[in-house]
Design a binder for this molecule. Structure first.
Ligand code: PA5
Length: 465
């Protein structure tokens, strides 16, 4: 199983001012944590609780439909293009980047075992989008439009551009190259899919976007590029079983949740850094940032008190960011808790050749890059301890579908428990909706006219469009 080591948040390691008396805190919060975990598990099937994400690993029907469709289109496409944003995109990209061989899109078809390349269009930068469209042969491209609300302006705009180009190139046949993933009842994409006859997958009710990676939102793209989704779901189930334990001493999600909560509320650590020592996990850090930020950054608690909760999540990559951010982490404000994400066994052992015998770099020869990477992580950790900066280590045995299922599910449960500790709703996003509505108003969507006038006043000096 994935492991959590929290030794370096203890006051005996980093001092009273910044550290926690862990045994005492675990004991103080024993009953609260027990109740939170018991509530999560007993409420997960109740409508309106937004806890359906806890059931996604067990959704045999979706898994079956996803596999059936992936088998049906096997060998038909050279490219898969994902259109989506935030929770509808980040998880898919994170897991694909972790599990596909690095530089997948540069490999030959044979090297990819005939599976397609995969592209994630996670922005609406006109230059980026245009360049991508110029590269892709649309006849050989399967476009998966993913939006839970079915109306996000950016995603619908991407879709409209794609639909227009595909229809011009493929005529009526273009419909076979489009799949929609959306809500089963509401939204413009659902209506369009019905009209156009696209193959459609549904995101279950009560699953917020950032918790949807194990619905068809993620499982379908994974399957299309040959990632074993049975192994992913096995990882989720095994982690789910482990995290049903209501005793904080045996539940790593509860431990890391409480550590983050206390570091924030008692020790002023307003920033949570996610630092994988693996390039393949870099998008997992992005996914975590969204999960942590959007779930926990809330103005009001459940009793309607103004609380303005949440830690700012930051992504850092080991070793890359040792050479950019670590100076700040060691000597800047002591306002962070750092999560090291470490991989015990890489697919490759890469030896550094012994080619310089009598130079200042000969000490590297004959060792492996793996050893150097580990030494770098350990030295960073040691220096953080010297500077009394709290840090935890999450260890992953290997980057496999099984462990990615475990890891992402663990972070979801950790986030849910932290939300309960803050007494906030971890599943809404009024701040995101606010700016989405402003965009609709500025772009002239019917029904948003008053808001548009108000906005123009508000932004009169700064507006540039
Ligand atoms: O987590 C969330 O709810 C958001 O990040 C959404 O996923 C994001 O705004 C995209 O929304 P939609 O899937 O409705 O297009």
């Amino acid at each position: 199983m994935i492991e959590l080591n929290y030794r370096n948040v203890k006051s005996e390691i980093i001092g009273e001012e910044n550290g926690l008396n862990i045994e005492e805190e675990f004991n103080n919060y024993k009953d609260t944590i027990h109740q939170i975990i018991a509530d999560l598990n007993s409420n997960k099937d109740k409508p309106g609780q937004n806890l359906q994400w806890m059931n996604l690993g067990y959704n045999e029907e979706t898994i079956w439909y996803v596999k059936e469709y992936a088998a049906m289109v096997e060998n038909r496409f050279d490219n898969v293009l994902i259109l989506g944003l935030g929770g509808s995109e980040l998880g898919g990209q994170a897991v694909c980047e972790a599990l596909l061989p690095p530089y997948w899109n540069f490999l030959s078809k044979e090297q990819r075992n005939n599976y397609p390349r995969i592209f994630f269009l996670d922005n609406i930068d006109p230059d980026q989008m245009n360049s991508l469209l110029n590269i892709l042969d649309l006849k050989k491209t399967l476009v998966n439009v993913i939006t839970k609300s079915g109306s996000t302006a950016e995603v619908m705009a991407q879709y409209m551009i794609l639909k227009d180009r595909m229809e011009k190139e493929l005529c009526d046949d273009y419909r076979k190259n489009v799949i929609a993933t959306t809500d089963k009842n509401v939204g413009i994409l659902k209506q369009l899919s019905d009209q156009e006859g696209y193959k459609t997958f549904f995101i279950p009710d009560d699953v917020a976007g950032r918790f949807s990676v194990f619905s068809a939102v993620g499982l379908l793209p994974f399957s299309l590029v040959g990632i074993n989704i049975d192994e992913i779901t096995q990882g989720i189930k095994d982690m789910d079983l482990a995290l049903k334990n209501t005793d904080i001493n045996y539940n790593i999600a509860a431990q890391n949740a409480l550590i983050h909560y206390l570091m924030n509320t008692k020790k002023g650590k307003n920033i949570s850094v996610m630092m994988p020592y693996s390039s393949r996990l870099r998008y997992i850090a992005d996914w975590y940032c969204q999960l942590w930020a959007e779930s926990l950054g809330k103005q009001k608690d459940k009793n309607n008190n103004t609380v303005n909760t949440g830690q700012t999540p930051i992504k850092a990559i080991g070793v890359t960011d040792q050479h950019s951010q670590i100076q700040l982490y060691n000597e800047g404000p002591n306002d962070k808790i750092i999560n090291f994400l470490r991989v015990k066994e890489f697919d490759t052992n890469l030896e550094i050749p012994n080619i310089f015998e009598y130079t200042g770099i000969s000490y590297l020869g004959g060792k492996t890059i793996n050893k150097l990477l580990n030494a770098e992580a350990e030295s960073t950790m040691a220096s953080l301890i010297d500077y009394k900066r709290p840090n935890v280590t999450i260890s992953i045995p290997k980057i496999t579908p099984y462990y990615m299922g475990q890891l992402l599910y663990m972070f979801e449960v950790q986030t849910a428990i932290t939300g309960a500790l803050y007494n906030i709703d971890a599943y809404d996003q009024p701040g995101v909706e606010q700016s989405k509505n402003y965009t609709y108003a500025l772009m002239g969507r019917v029904g948003y006219e008053d808001s548009a006038n108000e906005l123009k006043q508000k932004l009169s000096d700064t507006i540039i469009i």
